[in-house]
Design a protein around this ligand. Structure first.
Ligand code: AKG
Length: 223
């Protein structure tokens, strides 16, 4: 492993979250933005997480290629010590002031990436993390993305202010959230989940249980 990746891995293991600046260039950012806007054009959801569109890879194979073979994949392999297991690619916007994602974790295993497509900061609802929370699962396992929990004064708070092309890489167990968009400037991100099949355990238990689990999870998280 290169010295650079070894240092990144040390930070990732300690904090459960790292940012790499200027990870993709302006042309790639433009391409992701344009294709994600096209892929989601005409969507008319109005639920709490209407700003979250998963399954981009099913709408445009460009996103399948990015999810499976994008420049982040070798870095993720270095960080995890094994190949990441792609789950889905998503577009996260935040056009309405009220669109908040409350503190939560995503899954027990794997890794998550989020590439900034705009300038994102506290004013327009950038991602926020609790550094080291991936090592304190018990303490945070009650958190749910649809339930408000105020962690803004937490001593381990890490604000992921980013410029277009920066990438944040985090453990799905690292507590994260994003607040309201106070200034209504564009706040778009391209996210990839590498958590394998989140319903694997349930599938083993039987079809009926699995469908029930899937329904319950979608109802609870809708994201
Ligand atoms: O983009 C956001 O506002 C939330 C992202 C998130 O919760 C996630 O990537 O799991």
């Amino acid at each position: 492993m290169s010295q650079k990746n070894a240092a990144l891995k040390a930070d990732f293991d300690r904090d459960g979250v790292v940012i790499i600046r200027d990870f993709v260039g302006p042309e790639a950012v433009r391409q992701i933005r344009t294709r994600a806007e096209q892929a989601t054009e005409g969507d008319t959801r109005e639920d709490q997480f209407s700003n979250v569109t998963k399954g981009l890879e099913k709408r445009d194979s460009y996103f399948g290629e990015l999810l499976n073979n994008g420049p982040q994949v070798p870095i993720l392999e270095a960080l995890l010590g094994k190949k990441p297991e792609p789950t889905t690619a998503s577009f996260f916007t935040k056009n309405e002031n009220a669109q908040e994602v409350h503190p939560h974790s995503d899954a027990l295993e794997g890794v998550v990436t989020w590439i900034a497509l705009d300038e994102v900061n506290e004013r327009n609802g950038c991602l926020q993390f609790l550094k080291g929370s991936h090592k304190r699962r018990e303490e945070f396992k009650h958190l749910r993305a649809h339930v408000p929990t105020d962690l803004s004064g937490h001593p381990d708070l890490f604000e992921a202010a980013m410029s277009p092309g920066d990438i944040v890489i985090f453990r799905p167990t690292t507590v994260h959230w994003s607040g309201p968009n106070h200034d209504r400037s564009p706040r778009r991100g391209f996210n990839c989940f590498y958590v394998g099949d989140p319903f694997k355990g349930w599938k083993k238990k039987g079809q009926k249980d699995w469908h029930a689990a899937k329904k319950a999870k979608h109802a609870a998280m809708a994201k």
